[in-house]
Design a protein around this ligand. Sequence first.
Ligand code: NAD
Ligand code: VAH
Length: 318
Amino acid sequence: MQQDTILVIGANGQIGSVLTRQLRDHYGVERVIASDIQVGAATDGPFEVLDIMNQERLEAITRKHGVTQIYHLAAILSARGESVPKVAWELNTNGLLNVLEVVRAGKQRLFFPSTIAVFGHQTPRENTPQDTVMQPTTVYGISKVAGESWCQYYHQKYGVDVRSIRYPGIIGHASMPGGGTTDYAVDIFHYAAQNKPYTCFLAPETRLPMLYMDDAIRATLELMAAPAEQLSVRTSYNVAGLSFTPAELVQAIQRHKPDFTTSYAPDFRQEIAASWPASLDDSQARQDWGWEPAYDLDRMTADMLQHLEARYSVQLAG
Ligand code: NAD
Ligand code: VAH
């Protein structure tokens, strides 16, 4: 049986750095090639500097290492995308097209992360269906709707085995988020763990779907391992985990740290968040490949605080 060799594009990022570590645990360090536009976090194994706008270099790297699977994570996220809309469109869409062209020829299995930012004000906000209105308000969302459609097109037209999840906001302790609207839900834990007050850039009642990093990585690996014939969606799967407001997250943190306080100063990201779902219907993912989340709000909060308090107390002691 052929052993898989995996390329992670955008391996220095919030998700890529954790995913690369888990893939290396699973497949072996030498079988997982990390890549990013510059050298960064994921350097404890093979690493290639790769600008995804350079399709020839991507082709050369996949040939050199005999790559059989690609996780393409490089993108500009929702909040940062609004300050550089054309750059975000270019990277998120043409970067993906470069990857799709390479896997069309090389027949690698591809993972492409989409997002709940594909939805907009016209979308049902509660229990957002798998198939529904998609009129996004951000350039990030527009690029991901196009990306989902390109993935389905390459699957239908060329048989490309591309698989995708619409990630909600991802929360983890091992890496920092990079310019999104859900970043508050990671930042807040770092303040709480250091016993500092936090100022939240979303309003207290803003309910959004979220997913703990452990669940997000497991979902990704389970989808990539699922038999192709079981997959009925080649745009992108809704995947739900948690759904909470900043006020509810503060209460969950206060159950561990009663003195923790938060004030609210909503900025431009409030408008973006208001256009996204509050909760998702992920029954198709559950039916097709057995998706089930493991973390609820209390379990996630306990795990985040435990890891971050340990890290900051070591830093203080040092
Ligand atoms: P991130 O911003 O933390 O990381 C993106 C990585 O891509 C960075 O390391 C960056 O250096 C790299 N990159 C940027 N331009 C590049 C280029 N031209 N060539 C190669 N690499 C380049 O992002 P993330 O949060 O880890 O998200 C990863 C993917 O998951 C993205 O596609 C994002 O849209 C999607 N996603 C993330 C979330 C989330 O909450 N983090 C939610 C939904 C979807
Ligand atoms: C963002 N965290 O805020 C990302 C994500 C769920 C939204 O794509 O942009």
